[in-house]
Design a protein around this ligand. Structure first.
Ligand code: IMP
Length: 430
């Protein structure tokens, strides 16, 4: 993390950019690693030696075993998933030092049924969710009858709140043709039991992080999802239900950070997307199949085949601007090796008009056609250890991106392993 006390890792595309690997890498120098939004819709893959870890809720920094892992109040927590992830890490011999915010909202079992029913109802306007109950949990938070982590360790308050939430959600499920049959008392007992298991981890993480910040501890925030899935800035309504731009860190972790931050925007050298909605640079056919297979582009959470596309500068410019990205981590360059030509969309053609900034209008995005600039491909990256050792075609591709995005590339990743990573020291002010 070099000189920055506060670092933030966020996705600059549609999620699945390789944030897990970048977080694991940077966590080596962090005292705290914090999730601040999303839920177990996220899937972060970390490869250490010949071991592969797949995480959905606990920050990827947990694998380095150095930092305290924190699940902040902005995360939707499915306590069942959390308990099984904790058990999985224990079985893998990983020492987990975890704290979970008592203010974080819970994903309850009826939320999964609401998610399914509403996705069907929304039809062509749905996002094709991961089916993990994310939208329903965040909706209940906004409706103000959400259940929070701290509630399941307070039996009387939990009963009082669950009565309202259970009735509301079961009526909603029935109205939209969903399926949910678990009784109130079964949900109540099951979640009290989960609360008993999780009690050692639950605390006021906002205060914990404030004290850590004041003590000069290094804090790394790990984003989930990516720019175009953000409910305010992404391709609404084809996105998720919690903000993932860097500005959300202070809300979703509950800590004021009045200082300059290192904001690492993770950019995959091409594009992928799971779920529904327009992807202007989408490609299909043999090339898409090749990249999907070579890049293992199948959802970590759902196993769904990811849609594939070329890099989109319109999307990246918006990400750099909205999140204030201070450096880019460019990932999966190895997946493009061997191609004769690489394309980058520099703008969109919408009804004959050229657009270079992301429009808010969904109908414009639906009509947008990509305008491409092509670059010569490269054969093989080998085992480059320094940025300068990368093939000259990659270097000119990177220089172009840096110029267009007005942002340095600070990290280059060309394989899933920790040692397939190059960190540029002097070019990037941290
Ligand atoms: P939800 O967050 O499960 O409601 O899904 C909403 C949209 O975001 C869907 O298009 C999902 O495929 C997408 N999405 C949610 N989480 C992730 C992620 O971690 N990676 C990639 N796509 C995601």
């Amino acid at each position: 993390m070099a000189d920055s006390q506060i670092s933030v890792v966020i996705g600059a595309q549609w999620g699945d950019e390789g944030k897990g690997k970048v977080t694991d890498f940077l966590a080596a120098e962090a005292d705290f690693v914090v999730r601040f939004q999303g839920g177990n819709n996220a899937g972060h893959t970390i490869c250490v030696g010949d071991k592969v870890y797949k995480l959905h809720l606990i920050p990827s920094g947990v694998i380095s075993e150095r930092a305290v892992s924190v699940i902040g109040c902005g995360v939707a927590v499915d306590p069942k998933v959390l308990v099984s992830e904790l058990e999985g890490l224990k079985d893998a011999g990983i020492a987990v030092n975890l704290r979970v915010s008592e203010r974080a909202h819970l994903i309850m079992p009826y939320h999964l049924a609401v998610d399914g029913a509403l996705n069907s109802f929304q039809g062509d306007l749905s996002a094709g969710s991961t089916g993990r109950g994310i939208m329903a949990a965040f909706a209940d938070k906004a409706y103000r009858h959400g259940i929070r982590v701290g509630d399941i360790i307070d039996p009387d308050l939990f009963a009082e709140k669950l009565k309202k939430a259970y009735e509301f959600n079961t009526r909603l499920i029935a109205a939209f043709g969903g399926n949910f049959s678990e009784s109130f008392s079964s949900v109540y007992e099951r979640y009290l039991e989960l609360g008993r298991t999780l009690v050692p981890y639950i605390c006021d993480t906002e205060l914990l992080l404030h004290r850590a910040f004041k003590d000069g501890k290094r804090i790394l925030f790990e984003g989930a999802q990516g720019m175009s899935l953000d409910p305010d800035h992404g391709l609404y309504p084809h996105g998720t239900s919690s903000n993932n731009v860097a500005g959300y860190v202070e809300v979703g972790a509950g800590v004021g950070l009045n200082m300059r931050k290192r904001i690492v925007g993770v950019v995959k050298a091409y594009t992928s997307r799971v779920g529904q909605g327009p992807v202007v640079t989408e490609i299909e056919g043999v090339l898409a199949d090749h990249l999907r297979t070579k890049g293992a582009e199948f959802g970590t959470t759902t196993g769904r085949a990811r849609r594939i596309g070329w890099l989109d500068l319109v999307q990246l410019k918006q990400a750099a601007r909205v999140s204030g990205i201070t450096e880019i981590a460019l990932t999966k360059l190895d997946v493009l090796s061997g191609l004769d030509e690489i394309c980058v969309a520099t703008g969109y053609d919408v009804d004959g008009k050229i657009i270079s900034e992301m429009p808010a209008s969904l109908s414009m995005i639906r009509r947008a056609k990509p305008i491409y600039k092509t670059f010569p491909g490269w054969k093989d990256i080998g085992s480059a250890k320094r940025y300068e050792d990368l093939p000259k075609e990659i270097l000119s591709y990177c220089e172009y991106l840096e110029r267009e995005l007005s942002c340095p590339i600070g990290i280059v990743s060309y394989g899933p392993k920790r040692n397939e990573t190059i960190v540029r020291k002097c070019q990037v002010e941290r």
